[in-house]
Design a protein around this ligand. Sequence first.
Ligand SMILES: Nc1ncnc2c1ncn2[C@@H]1O[C@H](COP(=O)(O)OP(=O)(O)O)[C@@H](O)[C@H]1O
Ligand SMILES: [Mg+2]
Length: 357
Amino acid sequence: MAHPTRLVVVFGGRSAEHEISCISARHVMSALDPERYQVIPVGITRDGRWVDARRLILDAGPATAALPSPDLASAGDVLPAVGLPEVIGEEGRTVVVPLVHGPMGEDGTVQGLLELAQLPYVGAGVLASSVCMDKSAAKEILLFHGVPQCRWRSARIDEVIPAFLDEAEAVLGYPIFVKPANLGSSIGISHVSDREALEVAVGVAAQYDDFLVLEEAVAGREVEVALLGNDDPEASLPGEVVSEDGFYDYEEKYVSDRAKLLIPAPLSDTEVATVQGIAIRAFRALRVEGMARVDFFYDAQRRFLVNEVNTIPGFTPISMYPKLWEASGVPTAELLDRLVALALERHERRRAHRFVR
Ligand SMILES: Nc1ncnc2c1ncn2[C@@H]1O[C@H](COP(=O)(O)OP(=O)(O)O)[C@@H](O)[C@H]1O
Ligand SMILES: [Mg+2]
């Protein structure tokens, strides 16, 4: 082989999931075949500086479960503004692997930068990334495509007048989930049971975004499907998250081990086929490419309702996305090879489109 493909793994970032990203990036880097890939880690600090993380990671040694936070990089390794060209040489092929969860990473911002830099990258493009990060926009598109969801209402904050809340209460019934449209990691989300708490929850969500979503509380199971592909994605076996109190929050996801993952989820073949089919419809409707984890509620009426689509799912050794593929016969090293190939395929296809100057 002439030159190995250069993979720029971007990790860290400004969201609450900074540390998760460091663990995901370590897992990805350890799984990559060193014969095929030359890996260049690029970190984003919590305050948004980009750093060449090669020295930092070398100094930390190979044995750590997480990469060291880019926050710890020395001043000499700070890259100018958005410094990808500095770490990318001239020779050979480069693919960027954005592993930054949440706002300023998963939401199309980094993807837009990579489009401008004309670099192939793994995962959803600009539009799908930003739409999937916005719970309100994603719901509107899924509704248009007839993808099943729970009952919901969304509004711009200045539209949240008493009449809006009256109608939402009547349609959704208590309890109600109140969420900022943007964000993740359960931040700014409340679960309320009366009008007074609803009004407080609206104020909380409004601290995070100008748009918010109100949802009926679905009593049911939480099922997740991993997708891989561009136009014609494949769906993994579904997995299930069993949380203790029915609210799979940040603490449960990342801190305690109270949430248990069942892989594969105990579902019949028909149920598996149904949920996989809906996951693929959601993926295509939202124009996702590369990868996504589609999260569902499975309610008492045995309906699979899409909750959300995550375009940069966790990639830690205990994360659902890589584990579901493993259970479906795709080990992480092969999964990464396929994601890189999908990135290149998309890049070439888009380059072939006519571009009006
Ligand atoms: N409408 C709902 N009905 C029941 N549980 C919900 C609902 N919305 C959220 N939850 C619970 O809260 C968790 C986090 O909500 P989610 O919308 O997935 O936010 P995030 O983007 O932060 O992951 C879900 O995994 C689920 O446990
Ligand atoms: Mg979620």
